[in-house]
Write a protein that binds this ligand. Sequence first.
Ligand code: NAD
Length: 357
Amino acid sequence: MIQVGVNGYGTIGKRVADAVAAQPDMELAGVAKTRPNFEAEAAVRKGYPLYAAIPERSDAFHEAGVDVAGEVDDLVMRSDVVVDTTPSGIGAENAALYERYDTPAIFQGGEDADVADVSFNSRANYDAARGDDVDTARVVSCNTTGLSRLLAPLRETYGVEKARVTLVRRGGDPGQTSRGPINDILPDPVEVPSHHGPDVNTIFPELSIDTLGVKVPATLMHLHSVNVTLEGEPTAAEVRETLSEESRLFLIPEEAGIDGTGKLKEFAQDTGRPRGDLWENCIWENSVSMEGSDLYLFQSIHQESDVIPENVDAIRALLDRESKADSLATTDETLGVGLESLFQGRRQRVVPREADD
Ligand code: NAD
């Protein structure tokens, strides 16, 4: 069993911890938290060993009546790999801690690319994290993950001449009371390209891609307006078929009556997804259109959860435990990734499978 430590137990960390606990080949060594807040209580209720992320604050846990299993150094020492899910910039500060104990580490997309040996996306470059000389990986951001998953099959099947994407970004996560905008629409950043295009280039160095960012007062998901000039001229139906073969791409059928991210999240909750999570890119099937060699589509990305399957795969890749195909299959199977509607045939399932299904 791979012993996995999770350092930082917020939006991404708590989801990574649950996903790790569900894997047949992994054990959650523990989670490190800075404060004894409601998330610490949830971790304790789940039976996750809790470690104090900041040693000087250990007493705060004791005073709040919460038992800790030790300090973050203890967690790093006893883990085969640490997934760092601390806020942007803190991961880079923590890198020395992981090095000190020679513990391989996985960082998140809020860190600069140079925090790790490789930037990682399961579908696009799993094997890049497997080398003997690779000790650290960075799972790219939610938006870059969504774009990489989409572009990988398009590149392989048709070739991509140029991608142009406008990212309509949620102002903050549902619990992020400190973020906005509250009632505005911001070009963000004003300069073109936004950082997303260069970030996609950490996965596909040769790809020609321009991205623009806009921030809106929403919390549920991001929406990408995508235009990809392909090297071939497939029909829209052929492209839909190609995309529908990918387990982490969900094509929303017209019959579902899902007209936006609000109903998408409602659909996820109705079908029993934990926390209403949508691990898959959600692509409006009817938006998939071809004009000559130009592909157009809209996709939504659930920022809080699409990187979760990728973190699980990154653990196996970094420790060189499984092939890409085996890891993705195990992750999808255990989490229930592969959301598909019952409408119009060729659909797999709409609810998470139990591990022993
Ligand atoms: P978050 O603020 O929800 O959670 C971070 C947690 O780390 C918090 O509980 C915080 O208290 C804790 N923390 C702070 N300093 C710490 C320290 N020194 N040691 C241990 N824990 C510490 O943040 P998040 O949204 O989960 O983001 C984590 C990382 O994931 C960032 O790099 C972010 O860019 C990336 N990411 C976030 C999203 C998203 O939409 N939320 C999507 C993809 C990637």
